[in-house]
Design a protein around this ligand. Sequence first.
Ligand SMILES: [Fe+2]
Length: 729
Amino acid sequence: MIPLTGYSDRLSAAPGERIAFKISSAAAGPYHARLARVIHADPNPAGPGLKIEDLAHRFTIERPSRVQPLAQGSYVCVDPATALRTPGPLTVAALVWPTLAPRREQCVVSRWDDTVHAGWALSLAPGGVTARVGTSGGGPLTVATDRALALRQWHRIWLVADPATGALRVGHAPLTGGGREEASAPLPPAVRLDAPAPLLIGARLTPDAREHYNGKIEDPVLLAAAASAPETLVLDPLLPPTDLIAGWDFSRGIDGLDVADVGPHRLGGRLVNLPTRAVTGARWTGREMCWRHAPREYAAIHFHDDDVYDAGWATDFEFTVPDDLPSGAYLMRLSAEGHADDLPFYVRPPRGRPRADVLFIASTYTYQAYANHARGSTDAAYRERVAAWGAYPHNPDDHPDYGRSTYNRHRDGSGICYSSRLRPVLTFRPRYLTFLDARGSGLRHFSADTHLLDWLEVHRIPYDVVTDEDVDGEGAALLAPYATVLTGSHPEYHTARTLDAHAGYLDGGGKLVYLGGNGFYWRIATSAAVPGVIEVRRAEGGIRTWDAQTGEYHHALDGAYGGLWRRNGRPPQRIGAVGFSAQGLFEGSYYRRGPGADDPRAAWILDGVKDTVIGDFGLSGGGAAGFELDRADPALGTPAGAIVVASSEGHGPSFIVVPEELLSHVATVTGEKPARLLRADMTYAELPGGGAVFAVGSITFCGSLSHNRYDNNVSRILRNVLDRFRARR
Ligand SMILES: [Fe+2]
């Protein structure tokens, strides 16, 4: 764990609203927190340098230190209830689809009290399936089979404690085919099956051990009887009600955190640390691809020992945004005994009262998708630069403690499809270097987007800030008052509501300045029932770091078909005029002025720019056109009459056409040669309702704004666009 860190309950607040901060500090003495405003979070000495305005006179506080732990690993918790008493006889059974070979016990179902060594647990162990029961006096009794379960196949497993015959049995059988295994041991007279503890599905937790299960579980059942053929137990049709204590049907309430018991006592449970629902179950036939159409085929939950949701830390202090605090990016700066951390958040304008005609939308959904992205790239050279520049010293490679990103995989190899912001996020920090950038700073996301905020400050252009989450909640009405709306470098992740807000703003005559690349790309889901979380299913195609499994393309949180917005009928070009076309290493090249620059409708964009080569400089990869490139394509929704004023070229050998544009190794969807699609199109589109879009189609564009003391052709172009969009209101 990092000695001093934390998070807040929300990422933005308007004047009069409160943000609660949750801090973990290992310092002996108190820690301090003070307010600061972020202008420029890039520590590269070749650029303008850090600009962080201390506002301790507006807010400072001292609090006693305390360590707040974060426990990873998901499970279902069923509270102890009288009806849950299991004095025996007892049968516990479940369907399992294990995904990680156990090196120690991975518990599937347990009810265990470690203080009195009472209860029972049914687990996977390195050699097979193991049952544990408590006894009064001595230690627990265990019995295990000696055949390991094949991974990624369905099995039934069971534990049967039968005081009548004096036997404890444990066994497993593949769901299809032969291979039943069972082991037994004498059940001691002093057995203590009942424990005053919660029942856990997917874990056994003791002060000394966290035995989390990795894989899918389906239909766990609990019987007050000793089943003679437990491999035949099923929830559907229901078991004889006289025997059934509880049976949990995970196909109910897939979009929430509650787990339903279909037994007589309704012993429902609650998910902890957000395991994955809406996954194919033991009965999945392939006839349906959406869980809503065949829920019983999706009656499984996939648990992981590294799942993380809400860290659940207690609030240390709250900050109420003062009425006169300008909208912008802020930090709560923590310090204690040589340790420090910065927790970013945004101050919105007062509700219903914009204070500027320019709005910047902070791409917080994208920041969240990348939250704690471990890249395995923090080598010696990276660390040297971090030290030399005084960059943010922590990174997710070193600290898996806080869970990883939707770009990573779980330990069992399955893709991480949820990301919570209710935990420390090390990549969401000023001075955080994503890449060891040979020609620039290597910033992305929160820090990279301060290249734009700094430019606005230097040009004395007043701006308000809201976040993706704000736009999701309030829609086009939030954007409507603004003469122009600016994106950051990478507005990649969107809900249907954030796309609707952008589209509605444009339909109403709004002017969108899309200053990034690979924007409006992945569909995400959110849910009021699971606050603080986004879900992404990396379905079908696209540039991906993992692939959603067949049958699991629909979100759990809202049931919608996940994956690319392009595959959902809303290609990026429809909002941003351009869409993802090529990707390479974090290297920047340049644009070349095209004939469109002389079109009378667009000539004002390059007013004062005599150069034919644009942006061959910059703090992001060394050039304004780089890393991820978008191009105009009327077939995908680039508005009619759009003008490409410049296109990029000179990209290195690492650049490839994105998979969704390729039909074969030589053929593309458009019919052009693949090499033709390796470009960013700087594009201007006028819309029928009076709206307009200016798009740069490159992630690295904003890194070039400060070059030559902000006097350069990239800066001039953005200035021309903002002057025009603000004046034509
Ligand atoms: Fe991305």
